[in-house]
Design a protein around this ligand. Structure first.
Ligand code: HEM
Length: 464
């Protein structure tokens, strides 16, 4: 295994007082690289930093120190070993404009309480209950497809996963509102790059300049669906132990504060729970269509293990190749493509000593394509995820779900959903990218296909 770089070139080490900074941009990014790399494509900046400066690179934007990490040891150090010193704060400021103070963006006691409230809905014992809904919804979707037609698979997967989150975690049938909700979220994602580039967008949003007025309108539409869902659930006085029931029980008071907090928690799980899985599955279809040999093995396993019946929770251990395909797709196109932390106190990392308030960035997209850990990195090869291959690799070279105290609460849910959707849809259909359709990853809150994913649906055989 490659170990973290211990000795960067001497001349590139800079000290500021007692601090010892890693090598990196000498000029302030505001004046130099900002124009060259444009914040619209942070991945090219991260790649450049990793290629030029190695495992830890340093730069500044204004007064702010930023380091970019590109080694599993360093990532483990920040997310797990020194986790107590790091918060998400600042790095999720823009996401708060949509998510408010839900589990992804909150900190400290508020985060702990929210995670505790939600935990039972993600407990190992609850996950199997969701399998039937996932398969039923996927089976419904596959019946709406026709042989030879073209579909935007990215949109199809979004609608499917949105329905699944609504039903499994919020015990709500959203089918009539899925289009409205997905459109509003798409509108927001379309504005995301603009928002990221706009200084102080989180305050300006209240003054409603033209682009931001559209953001506010879309957010209002999402909020309306969420509040309707909460209200309907309250009236039903259900005790069905859904995540929404758990959230309602934990927030009995109906003051404005508490309603807003409930909204933030619901919208967070909604967005985290559908958009990520939808993108992961859409990228998987694309990669399968580009790699016929793997696609053949994928279909062969589904046919062999399921013998024409729909999959269920108990089939998961046998759908090993489907899972490896899904894992490899998330290596190349990780839905959460980068993460950030913010240091509360001075800290050491390797031979460097860095000040409090340093922002630490790491990118799944960049590290998971590093040839030191994934030889021939651009090749789609599910064999990288056999038990033996995984055991040979540094654990933190692959971290699509993060790690440590803030690790994705929906990880088991997502693995199961990905495998079941792929197996159910792949049992009946084979998807082929429309010739000439441009495919480019767009790093928004999640990694989306920039031009959608237009694919031709081809019948395999009629599943029983
Ligand atoms: C392929 C699918 C998914 C991927 C790649 C993914 C990725 C991630 C990552 C990387 C984080 C950690 C972010 C950080 O530490 O800064 C995270 C957190 C989170 N995810 Fe997921 N996620 C997925 C699916 C889901 C699902 C299905 C749900 C819920 C139904 C969910 C809910 C959450 C929540 C609530 C958090 C915040 C956890 C905390 O801070 O305590 N995610 N996810």
């Amino acid at each position: 295994m490659a170990t973290a770089t211990q000795s960067p070139p001497r001349e590139s080490l800079r000290t500021g007082g007692e601090y010892r900074f890693p090598p990196g941009f000498q000029r302030n990014l505001i004046w130099f690289a900002w124009r060259r790399f444009r914040p619209a494509n942070p991945i090219s900046l991260f790649r450049h930093l990793a290629e030029k400066y190695g495992d830890i690179a340093h730069y500044k934007i204004g007064w702010n120190h930023i380091i970019f990490l590109n080694h599993p040891d360093h990532i483990r150090e920040i997310l797990v070993v020194q986790n107590d010193n790091f918060v998400k704060e600042r790095t999720v400021r823009r996401s708060k404009m949509l998510l408010g103070e839900g589990m992804i963006t909150s900190e400290g006691a508020q985060h702990r309480t929210q995670r505790q409230v939600a935990q039972p809905a993600f407990h190992r014992q609850r996950i199997p209950e969701y399998a039937a809904t996932m398969v039923r919804e996927a089976a419904r979707t596959r019946e709406t497809w026709r042989d030879g037609e073209t579909r935007d698979i990215s949109i199809e997967m979004m609608h499917l996963t949105l329905n699944i989150v609504a039903e499994t975690l919020f015990a709500t049938d959203l089918r009539n509102q899925v289009q409205e909700l997905a459109d509003a979220i798409n509108r927001i994602m379309g504005l995301y790059n603009f928002l990221v580039m706009l200084p102080a967008a989180e305050w300006l949003v209240h003054a409603r300049p033209p682009g931001l007025a559209a953001f506010m309108r879309a957010r209002k539409r999402i909020d309306a669906v969420v509040y309707r869902m909460i209200e309907a659930h309250r009236e039903k006085k259900s005790d069905c132990r859904s995540l929404l029931d758990l959230m309602l029980a934990a927030s009995p008071d109906r003051g404005a504060e508490s309603e807003k907090s409930l909204r933030d928690q619901v919208i967070t799980i909604f967005l985290a729970g559908y958009e990520t899985v939808a993108n992961a599955v859409a990228w998987t279809w694309y990669l399968l269509s580009e790699n016929p040999e793997c696609e053949g093995r994928f279909h062969e396993e589904i046919d062999r293990e399921l013998q024409g019946r729909l999959p269920g929770y108990e089939d998961l251990p046998r759908l090993r190749y489907v899972e490896m395909v899904f894992a490899e797709a998330m290596r190349l196109y990780p839905p959460a493509w980068a993460m950030g932390r913010y240091a509360q106190r001075d800290f050491r990392l390797g031979e460097f000593f860095l000040p409090a308030k340093t922002t630490v960035l790491m990118s799944q997209f960049v590290l998971q394509r590093d040839p030191r850990f994934f030889p021939d990195p651009l090749r789609f090869d599910p064999e990288r995820f056999t038990t033996e291959a995984k055991a040979r690799r540094a654990k933190f070279a692959y971290f699509p779900f993060g790690s440590g105290a803030r690790q994705c609460i929906g990880e088991s849910f997502a693995w199961m959903e990905g495998v079941l959707l792929l197996a159910t849809l792949g049992q009946k259909w084979k998807l082929a990218l429309v010739p000439g359709h441009p495919v480019e990853p767009q790093p928004l809150i999640t990694l989306r296909p920039k031009y959608g994913m237009k694919m031709v649906v081809g019948s395999r055989r009629v599943a029983k």
